[in-house]
Write a protein of this length. Structure first.
Length: 182
């Protein structure tokens, strides 16, 4: 699976270039329209053609970036994928109740994190050691809350709540709780 950091960098570059093109085009259009009150260069046909081109580029960009999301195929085919390991985690009173102090996973295993909340809406996020997020999901009481993930490289991850659940929620961190080994 492609690392989410690489996907984020690629999408940031693509969308930044797209926005810069829009800004340059709108600036050029505004300059030509306001220069003398009327422009010989800009006409409605050209303007609407450029807007249509921007829409086409924007939709194409969304389709292309949609295909780069690494966990998409696993989510779409989830009914036919069997997890190699399942961790049942409950959350109550601003505390993660983990099945073990350290959850050990082998690389390339598909892991199902099944998280239940007994009182409030919480978040369940896995964070790298540099504090960047690998993935997250919302955990609602009374609902099925699970996420299937395949770890393709060794690492050590912390679990954090990614939803506001009151002032105590800021301390919902389980450092180095997930260890992925070869």
């Amino acid at each position: 699976m492609i690392d989410s950091n690489i996907v984020l960098i690629g999408q940031a570059i693509a969308y930044t270039l797209y926005v810069l093109i829009i800004m340059i085009l709108i600036g050029w259009f505004g300059y030509n329209i306001t220069r003398q009150g009327k422009s010989n260069v800009i006409n409605p046909k050209l303007f609407y053609s450029l807007v249509a081109l921007l829409v086409l580029i924007g939709v194409s960009l969304h389709i292309v970036t949609h295909e780069t999301i690494p966990w998409k195929s696993m989510d779409l085919n989830r009914a036919s994928i069997k997890a190699d390991k399942t961790f049942y985690i409950s959350v109550a009173n601003h505390k993660f109740n983990l099945p073990a102090e350290k959850m050990i996973i082998k690389t390339n295993n598909k892991v199902l994190f099944n998280v239940t909340s007994e009182d409030l809406t919480y978040g369940f996020g896995l964070f790298r050691q540099d504090n960047s997020m690998l993935f997250q999901m919302q955990v609602l009481p009374g609902h099925k809350n699970d996420i299937l993930w395949q770890f393709d490289r060794p690492g050590i991850y912390s679990i954090r709540s990614t939803e506001y659940s009151g002032p105590k929620g800021i301390k919902m961190i389980e450092k180095n709780a997930v260890i992925v080994t070869n």
